[in-house]
Ligand binder design. Sequence first.
Ligand code: FA5
Length: 509
Amino acid sequence: MDTDRIIDQLHIYEKKVLKAFEDSDRPLKPEEIAESQEMDIKSVMSAVGALESRGFVRVIKDVQEYVSLTDDGRVYAEEGLPERRLIEVLAGEGELDVSELAERAGLDRKESGIGIGWLMRKGWAKIDDGRVSPVQEGTPGRGADEELLQILLRGPVRPDELDDRLRAAYRDLAGRKGIIDIRKVKSHTIELTPEGRRLLERGVEIVEEATQLTHEHLKTGKWRELHYRGYNVDAEYPMVYPGKIHPLRRIINEIRSIFLALGFTESRGPVVESAFWNFDCLFQPQDHAAREMQDTFYVKNPPFAQLPTDDLVGRVQSVHEDGGSTGSEGWQYEWDVDVARQSVLRTHTTCVSARFLTENRPPLKMFSVGRVFRRETITYKHLPEFHQVEGIVAGEDVNFRNLLGILREFYRKLGFRVRFRPAYFPYTYLSTECEIYLPDKKSWIELGGAGMFRPEVLEPLGVETPVAAFGLGIERLAMIRLDIRDIRQLYQSDLGWLRKLPVTGDLQL
Ligand code: FA5
């Protein structure tokens, strides 16, 4: 940006602060600026903040220590440290008993204890069998600590201004309780940067600024003479975090709009489902491993669900037992209606497709998004509760290739390239699973299952056309889309992460 434009954008206070450096090439204290520019300190500091954020000045923060005497310290400075008072008594008496010495020096027990300690430490006296005697004749000369006490009596000093001897004495005194106080005073000095100097040299003029354009200015034409400050569009601004839709919900919405755009009808079903719709209708034998308590949540209340009243139940039974009229042998076991009546938390959304097929005749395209539940050990890619999007396409000439095409198109719209591999589901043939490669984990992650519903599923439902079906995990998709390493992140209410996500547009970061 050119210099004149920048100068034009400066607030009058910022200009004043810069001008304070016109006759000075040393850093200035805010007080000095305030005085020379006739400003108050608050205005100086706020202008300095603005100038600093644009790199025209630098604030040097300094912390100074000041040492002063405490009330006790003042008494010691005036009357002598305890060891001085003791040695003066000893110098006259030669040798004294500890308590007698304390009494003669007018010290209490605590003070005399401290004093005797320092007598030894300073090498002024020795103690033998409870009797204290001076080491040399006469009173020892004044130590650096005592000298410092005298200096402090005149006022506070900064330790960095003391010579080595006095600084050592200062450390000794600081180590003795309650003699000196150390106070830290923060100070600021302001330095002009080379950029600031350049600005100043260009010529900063202080002109009256118009802050508001009034009706009067317009009417009289005075606005032509007024000076307006330019806007600084690069000025710092506070971050604002507006409310937004949770990223998982956004992906769900995106998925819904993709299927709606492809002409699918949306459907939904209950979360508490009967084993009949969740498993039996899908030709899943009653001894299938997925039905075990360790894989499926069975619901205690209500323990049983209402089954359809028409002969669908009977047709499902016969398909399980001997294949019914499908030409299959079925599973060859005795089907139990009570097992089918059990309430479960649905383990997939495929039950919604089964329900939909009983109520709607092909040709049709249906999708459904919903929560499903499994007794899973939680890992970076497994949750006990997650979302699936389920779909079916039914019609005379629907085939497996159409199914792969639909899935490829769906994932392409979301920005993914998937691979298909053969798979097994009790309710489909041919069956496939789609996967995507995670470079981070150097592994393929399964995104969903799909296949053509078997005749054993379709015949009891009374469907006579082929039905392509798929069920896809949504959290796994979200994980890859949002580039998160762990599926749990989606449910952690991690505000830092959520705030960083864009409010609208592409979620890919
Ligand atoms: C099924 O649920 C089949 N019903 C899909 C299907 C529908 C096949 C129609 C054929 C015809 P699966 O158990 O593989 O399949 O689950 C489908 C997807 O759900 C998985 O690929 C995965 O993306 C997701 N998923 C499965 N378990 C979990 C879990 N514990 N946490 C998060 N996502 C999961």
